[in-house]
Design a protein around this ligand. Structure first.
Ligand code: SF4
Ligand code: SF4
Length: 199
C-alpha cells in the first residue's frame, strides 16, 4: 500500500492572498458529509470536465487563476468548522516524516523509537505513515494532538498551493470527503461560469 499524502510530496509551500469579496448568489455552503458524498459522486464527471477545461481551454495564467482559487479557499475555510467534521482523519493513512514523529512522540510522552515501533508503518515504497486509519488521535471529530499534528494534516486539502491546475485532480478526489474541497470547487465552477447551483 501507499501512504495517503506524505510530507515528501511537493505540496508544502503556502501562499497568502487577499480577503475574498463573495457575491450573494454564489452556491450555498454544504457541510453535511453524507450529502456531500452523494453530490460529489453526482458531479464527478462535471468536475473532471471542469478540470480538463481549466487545463486545456481556460485563457488565464496560473497566477490569475490561483488568485481566484485562493480567495474562494480563504472564504470557504473560514466558514467550515473542521472540529465539527474530522472526515479526512477517518479516511487516510497519514504520511509522516521524522519531524512529525518527534512531535507526536512528544505529545504521547514517549521516545521517538517507541512511537515509531508502535504507531508507524512503512508503505510499499518505503514512506512512513501512521498505522491506524481512522487516526487513533481523533476523538469524535476533534484532533487530540492538534498542536503536534503531522504536516500533511496541516496542509490538507492542499488547495493553497501555487499552480492549482496541477493539483486539480487531487482537489476533485477530495470533494467526496472534504467540505472545504467540495465547496471550493462548487464556488470556483460558478465563478468561472460553469457548473450549477444544484444542491
Ligand atoms: S493527527 Fe490529528 S489531524 Fe492528523 S489525522 Fe490524526 S486526528 Fe486528524
Ligand atoms: S480538512 Fe476537510 S475533511 Fe478535514 S476536517 Fe476540515 S473540512 Fe473536514
Amino acid at each position: 500500500m501507499e501512504c495517503d499524502y506524505h510530507p515528501s510530496d511537493d505540496r508544502g509551500k503556502l501562499r497568502r492572498f487577499a480577503q475574498p469579496q463573495l457575491m450573494s448568489d454564489e452556491p450555498q455552503l454544504v457541510t453535511d458529509l453524507k450529502h456531500i458524498a452523494l453530490l460529489a459522486l453526482e458531479k464527478q464527471q462535471e468536475n473532471h470536465d471542469f478540470r480538463t477545461w481549466a487545463i486545456t481551454d481556460l485563457q488565464m495564467d496560473d497566477a490569475a487563476f490561483d488568485l481566484i482559487v485562493q480567495e474562494i479557499v480563504t472564504d470557504v475555510t473560514e466558514r467550515v468548522d473542521c472540529t465539527q467534521c474530522g472526515n479526512c482523519c477517518k479516511h487516510f493513512h497519514i504520511g509522516v516524516d521524522d519531524d512529525d514523529i518527534v512531535r507526536l512522540a512528544t505529545s504521547q510522552k514517549i521516545s521517538f523509537t517507541a512511537f515509531e515501533r508502535s504507531r508507524v508503518m512503512k508503505s510499499e515504497d518505503g514512506d512512513k505513515c501512521l498505522m491506524q486509519s481512522p487516526c487513533e488521535f481523533l476523538d469524535g471529530t476533534v484532533c487530540t494532538v492538534y498542536e503536534y499534528r503531522p504536516t500533511t494534516c496541516r496542509d490538507f486539502p492542499y488547495l493553497h498551493l501555487p499552480k492549482f491546475r496541477d493539483y486539480m485532480d487531487t482537489a476533485v478526489d477530495n470533494t467526496k470527503i472534504c467540505p472545504i474541497a467540495y465547496n471550493t470547487l462548487e464556488v470556483l465552477k460558478w465563478r468561472m461560469g460553469l457548473g450549477s447551483k444544484k444542491k
